[in-house]
Design a binder for this molecule. Structure first.
Ligand SMILES: CSC[C@H]1O[C@H](OP(=O)(O)O)[C@H](O)[C@@H]1O
Ligand SMILES: Nc1ncnc2[nH]cnc12
Length: 292
């Protein structure tokens, strides 16, 4: 049996987790570099919870500067089995107004300046990403949103742009024609890396603005985003507290197999593997590497 450890990655405006009892900074060293901040481990109603501020203390890091590999590796080393991203996002739909929480189920990754895999020369792996979000986690987030009377939408496609500049109007219109629902700058490669690390992943995308396509709303700016995020922070804290309270203490097997994503993903023959890379993969891929 694997004990559940709930991980929370807090995005813009979410720099700590009120309600975490006995919080302690973990001094985790990752072979992938520096995480954005030391993960903080505590408990909510007896459930172990690990919080990480994605942009670091004082929002030190922009979306391209974040070491996504170090963050996910650190969460894996902290024992996280199930990971929730709490993120600000722009909306591409009239009905997804600021304040709505979107439980996204798809991503389009338009980022281009980030390390996107733990694997590569010396140990190649290809994990499935058709369904990037763990449906069991979304079920629990939905139940928590209902219990807390938080306005939410289940399902939606999150376009991940490189940033840090917001979209041009032409880009915003283009993403709408693609059927995207929301836009942000951080959930990729985070979701891909969580999958490689066999951690179940889901996103709560908190709508803060209408980007720049809407005739009757002014174009997105940072002041508006931070105002809405601050208004939403207590809702996000209630959602997480409710999720944690009702979360199974034994990690439930992911129906998609996210938590066993490496079972058939490694393609490099054992004799062709690079020992230096294998050493860095001890946490992320130890389960399968130690078995073969
Ligand atoms: C602060 S405005 C843009 C910034 O906010 C979102 O960050 P996060 O996903 O960490 O909440 C968005 O992705 C951008 O990085
Ligand atoms: N409109 C927007 N574009 C990209 N990232 C965002 N984060 C919040 N709003 C955003």
């Amino acid at each position: 049996m694997t004990q559940s450890v709930l991980g929370i990655i807090g995005g813009s405006g979410v720099y700590d987790l009120p309600g975490l009892t006995n919080p302690q900074e973990l001094a985790i060293e990752s072979p992938w570099g520096e995480p954005s901040a030391p993960p903080v481990r505590g408990e909510i109603d007896g459930l172990p919870v690990v919080f990480l501020a994605r942009h670091g203390k004082g929002h030190r890091l922009g979306p391209t500067d974040i070491n996504y590999r170090a963050n996910i590796d650190a969460m894996k080393r902290a024992g996280v089995t199930d990971l929730i991203s709490v993120s600000a996002c722009g909306s591409f739909r009239e009905e997804l107004s600021p304040g709505t929480f979107v439980l996204v189920d798809q991503f389009i990754d338009r980022t281009f300046a980030r390390a996107k895999s733990f694997f590569g020369a010396g140990c190649v792996a290809h994990v499935a990403m058709a369904d990037p979000v763990s449906p069991g986690l979304v079920d629990r987030l939905e139940a928590a949103a209902q219990a807390e009377s938080i306005s939410y939408k289940r399902g939606g496609t999150y376009l991940v742009m490189e940033g840090p500049q917001f979209s041009t109007r032409a880009e915003s219109e283009l993403y709408r024609t693609w059927g995207c629902d929301v836009i942000g700058m951080t959930n990729m490669p985070e979701a891909k890396l969580a999958r490689e690390a066999e951690i179940c992943y889901a996103t709560v995308a908190m709508v803060t603005d209408y980007d720049c396509w809407h005739d009757e709303h002014r174009d997105v700016d940072i002041t508006d985003i931070l105002r809405v995020v601050r208004e939403n922070a207590s809702k996000a804290a209630r959602l997480i507290a409710c999720l944690a309270r009702d979360f199974p203490r034994e990690h439930p097997a992911c129906p998609l197999g996210s938590d066993r994503a490496l079972d058939h993903a490694l393609i490099t023959a054992p004799e062709a593997r690079d020992p230096a890379l294998l050493a860095k993969l001890d946490a992320v891929a130890g389960r399968v590497l130690n078995a073969s």
